[in-house]
Design a protein around this ligand. Structure first.
Ligand code: BGC
Length: 514
């Protein structure tokens, strides 16, 4: 995931300053928020395919799974099992609204500390769960933690980063998400044979990144932007000097003060966001997130072990295959860090659309032809499914994964940036929830065609990128409106609308001496 470039200058200017040890420590600590998110994404699929876990909490699924005659496509279809996975994202969706307010009033560091505490409470309930209620309440607490962390940590990262390294730090968060997923895949693999409590270990280890975030957050400073936003000007100035490692930070400081003044004048950022002239950025931010989820990525991330068992792999082989997929996810995200500012956003997204369309169609075809309701896939075919899943994940990880977060963070003008970005975060959580809740039922009713369903979405998003998405590579954020939106063949028609927004109203008020 993501980052939002709220800090002053918005990417336009370069105020100097080095990447100091302090910035590195702060970045490592904040990025553990990504690890928490990723670990959750990766752990649930493995845990929900473990027999000890199923027998204890979902005896019906356990029975179905072991009935030789049970329909391959439906053996995991159980609303409660899906709720175990998806409840976290619903909680995160609700929590992210509250978190954005706390983030502004109390600061990013405070919000991250609370994120880790909620998360730790959730881990304790989950690892020690005696019944389904404890399990679901634990997931909800984890979700609140994720909602808080996902709001605060990316913001924190962008605000402490020197302007010219902000892109790299942005994708660092997503990189941590993928590392978290991989760690979860590997841990699932090793604990699957520890009976009967392996699943407790898998869920309990989630406490490690949360503990690092909590302890680490005692060491780090608040961001200068947040301090200045909350009128702690002197502290803001001294923090800025400390993290930049230079004494002359006047230009950046003034820019921060100016930006926070401007942002203060906009009394109703959400109302501003609803105006016609914000439509292009809002549509793009939401569409990027909705499309990111409709690539079907989380069908794989959450349910890869379940899916691999569906095609006939035994438990170990399926968990091992998921770990390989996790490794490819990390590696390809690193590729994105390296090439995104050279190749541009659109070429990566389009290449990925082609790769995802081909792989999903091929997976759908193999399953349709060879995976009947009962019996396993022939071994050769099952291996092909794993290879195709790897190529599919590879293309997602260098495109829609990081860019689904990066693009919404770099398109809004400052006055609507945080509000606009919170729409992106909540759209992601909402659609993550929907896919998590629906995928196993879709697999049961649509069978192999579920992959054609996602492939059709990939085709639509390819057209969307070609026709409606502007290229934002190398454009300073604060020049985005003039250089991108006002020039785009379609979106420019929304840009001439300079209606009475909050800012002009405030300017008038100021001019009148109020
Ligand atoms: C998405 C997650 C997904 C992950 C996979 C993120 O960008 O938001 O939903 O599971 O990438 O690496």
């Amino acid at each position: 995931m993501p980052a939002i470039a709220v800090s002053a200058g918005g990417g336009g200017g370069d105020f100097g300053g080095k990447v100091t040890l302090h910035v590195i420590i702060c970045a490592i600590v904040a990025a553990t928020g990504g690890l928490m998110f990723g670990y959750d994404i990766g752990i649930s699929g493995g845990v929900t395919s473990m027999d000890d876990f199923l027998e204890k909490f979902f005896p019906e699924v356990f029975k179905k799974k072991h009935q030789a005659v049970e329909n391959n496509y439906c053996k995991y279809d159980n609303q409660f099992l899906q709720l175990f996975t998806s409840s976290l994202y619903l909680a995160a969706l609700v929590a992210s609204f509250g978190a954005s307010k706390i983030c502004s009033c109390k600061g990013r560091k405070f919000t991250m500390q609370w994120a880790s505490l909620f998360f730790l409470a959730g881990v304790l309930l989950n690892a020690g769960a005696l019944n389904l209620v404890m399990l679901i309440i634990g997931r909800i607490l984890l979700g609140i933690g994720v909602g808080f962390a996902n709001q605060a940590a990316p913001l924190f990262l962008s605000e402490i980063a020197p302007v010219k390294y902000r892109g790299a730090l942005n994708i660092l968060f997503q990189l941590n998400v993928t590392i978290g997923i991989l760690a979860a895949n590997i841990i699932n693999y090793f604990v699957a044979n520890i009976h009967p409590h392996g699943w407790r270990i898998a869920l309990g280890i989630a406490g490690i990144p949360a503990l690092i975030l909590f302890l680490g957050s005692l060491l780090i400073t608040e961001t200068p932007t947040s301090l200045i936003e909350r009128q702690k000007l002197a502290e803001g100035m001294s923090t800025l000097k400390k993290i930049r490692g230079i004494n002359n930070v006047d230009a950046e400081y003034e820019e921060l003060v100016r930006a926070s003044e401007m942002a203060r004048q906009v009394k109703h950022p959400f109302r501003n966001l609803m105006k016609r002239k914000s439509r292009p950025q809002l549509v793009i931010a939401i569409a990027m997130q909705v499309f990111q989820q409709f690539t079907g990525i989380n069908a794989i991330m959450f349910y890869a072990p379940v899916l691999f068992q569906t095609v006939g792999f035994k438990n170990d082989a399926s968990l091992m295959s998921s770990a390989i997929v996790g490794g490819i996810n990390v590696g390809s995200t690193i590729v994105s860090v390296i090439v995104v500012d050279r190749l541009g956003r659109k070429p990566l997204l389009l290449e990925a659309c082609v790769q995802m369309f081909i792989t999903q169609t091929a997976i759908g075809y193999i399953l349709m032809e060879h995976l009947k309701s009962t019996g396993d896939l022939p071994k050769g075919n099952a291996t092909w499914v794993v290879i195709l899943v790897c190529f599919y994940v590879m293309s997602f990880a260098w495109s829609w994964g990081p860019l689904g977060w990066l693009i919404p963070s770099e398109t809004f003008p400052l006055e609507t940036r945080t509000a606009g970005y919170s729409f992106a975060v909540s759209s992601n959580m909402l659609f993550t929830f929907l896919i998590a809740q629906a995928f196993l039922s879709m697999l049961c009713t649509m069978r192999a065609a579920v992959f054609f369903f996602f492939a059709a979405w990939v085709f639509i998003m390819c057209l969307f990128v070609i026709i409606l998405l502007p290229e934002t590579k190398n454009i300073p954020i604060d020049e985005m409106v003039d250089r991108v939106w006002k020039k785009h063949w379609f979106w420019k028609r929304f840009m001439d609308d300079d209606d009475d927004d909050d800012r002009s109203a405030s300017k008038v008020e100021m001019a009148m001496g109020h």
